[in-house]
Ligand binder design. Structure first.
Ligand SMILES: Cc1cc2nc3c(=O)[nH]c(=O)nc-3n(C[C@H](O)[C@H](O)[C@H](O)COP(=O)(O)OP(=O)(O)OC[C@H]3O[C@@H](n4cnc5c(N)ncnc54)[C@H](O)[C@@H]3O)c2cc1C
Length: 398
């Protein structure tokens, strides 16, 4: 399946869906690149994010297309240690599971929903400048690379970690815990979508669970996708017919940096060192000796955090930062995309309330917007602290 033109990154799509849901049609959504990034990356969509999407009538596509992850298993290389099932969360959420969907599929589904509502992402249009309008002090003139100027009263900067909007507004962006990346088991990681030969068997290979295998210096996560996303994950015309598995593995800092797009042999080696028995080629652990067959996609990343000093400011228009423009977190926690989507939905709710409260009013009060920004900033800090506490090496008892 080829991607329609209507995809962009998820927070931009969520913002556009939310504005449309709240009856606001006077907006434009632009993306600098000609086509969506179309890579697998984020796979987990948490209950709170599904609730937020449902609140704007935009959850049904993901609910029908994603895998419902019903639990997490923690294993050693040869046996199960612990299993947590999400079912008991039904007391707290109508969606007591984690949805599993590659990020390009999530963006495809949200983009299709937006298209069905008659909204088109305008691309390629890169924002290159912003300045306060000289006649209307509540308006900002946003310059695009091709010379066009968009006059805006509200601007949502969902333009990623190197955000132009954040840079122009002069908002700082740094790790609240300092620049040191640390040295813990999850400092550097590799992520890949692969198939195996022969197809592995056993409970860890059935879709609907996330499996984490722990060993003395290893952490390897195995998430079976079955055949659910084969056509969307197909690259370069190489059809994928077997079941696809997402592998996320720590790479000990004492080893060299992983290569930029780790090849099949590199992934095989990580699996043989840290993976569960059912997917290794090591015949002493697995008599069937399973090998990586097709490398569908791979990447490497280093875990670090950064938070924008503020997520709301004014330069004439009210300006918000959402997603990676506002905060980046370790992908290991599976939170970046989730926070991004919720940022977009909650900010747009606040914007529509603000429009209703102050349409045509010269005495604009930004309390609604500031309160929302404060909450989103706090959420980002909480996630950052959570990662810090989880990954910080234990201090010796004194
Ligand atoms: C390997 C990996 C695994 C991950 N796993 C998870 C996970 O399981 N769960 C999770 O929640 N998160 C996860 N994340 C994080 C998640 O992918 C990001 O947090 C999320 O994609 C951020 O989206 P964004 O739109 O803010 O930024 P981006 O994805 O960087 O998108 C920015 C968009 O803005 C556009 N743009 C940039 N500059 C301009 C400009 N000047 N003018 C116009 N447009 C512009 C770009 O073209 C792009 O479309 C993972 C990340 C990685 C790398």
């Amino acid at each position: 399946m080829s991607l329609p033109e209507n995809t962009t990154a998820q927070p931009g799509l969520a913002a556009a869906l939310s504005l449309t849901h709240h009856g606001c049609r006077d907006f434009v959504i632009v993306d600098a690149i000609a086509e969506g990034q179309n890579t697998s990356r984020a796979i987990t969509i948490h209950s709170a994010t599904v609730e937020a999407l449902a609140s704007i009538d935009a959850a049904e596509g993901l609910l029908s297309q994603a895998i419902k992850g019903e639990g997490i298993r923690i294993t050693s290389r040869s046996s199960q240690i612990f299993e947590a099932r999400f079912g008991p969360l039904k007391k707290y959420s109508a969606y007591p599971y984690v949805l599993l969907s590659p990020q390009n599929v999530t963006e495809l589904v949200l983009g299709q929903k937006l298209q069905s509502l008659g909204v088109q992402v305008q691309r390629p249009h890169r924002v290159v400048g912003m300045k306060q309008n000289e006649e209307d002090r509540r308006v900002t003139d946003v310059s695009l690379e091709d010379g066009q100027v968009v006059r805006a009263r509200y601007i949502i900067g969902a333009d990623g970690a190197h955000s132009t909007i954040r840079t122009i507004t002069g908002i700082g962006f740094s790790d609240p815990e300092g620049p040191d990346l640390g040295n813990h088991v999850l400092t550097q990681m590799v992520s890949a979508d692969v198939t195996f030969e022969p197809e592995p068997v056993g409970p860890l290979t059935i879709e609907g669970h996330i499996n984490i295998t722990l060993s003395p210096d290893g952490f390897l996560m195995l998430t079976p996708f079955g055949n659910r996303f084969n056509s969307e994950l197909t690259r370069d015309g190489n059809p994928v017919t077997k079941s696809i598995f997402r592998i996320i593995s720590a790479v000990p800092v004492k080893n060299r940096d992983p290569p930029h797009a780790p090849p099949k042999e590199y992934i095989q080696n990580l699996i043989d060192m840290y993976g569960p028995a059912c997917i290794t080629s090591d015949s002493s652990l697995n008599p069937t000796s399973v090998k990586v067959d097709q490398l569908v996609w791979s990447t490497r990343f280093r875990t670090h955090s950064a938070i924008a000093d503020r997520t709301f400011t004014r330069l004439g228009a009210a300006i918000f930062l959402v997603g990676d423009a506002a905060h980046i977190h370790s992908p290991a926690g599976g939170q970046g995309m989730n926070l991004a989507i919720r940022d977009a939905i909650f900010f747009t709710e606040a914007i529509t309330k603000h429009i209703q409260a102050f349409a045509g009013d010269s005495d604009v009060d930004d309390t609604i917007l500031q309160e929302c920004a404060q909450v989103r900033h706090e959420r980002a800090l909480e996630i950052s602290r959570l990662h810090q506490e989880a990954f910080e090496p234990r201090k010796p008892y004194t």
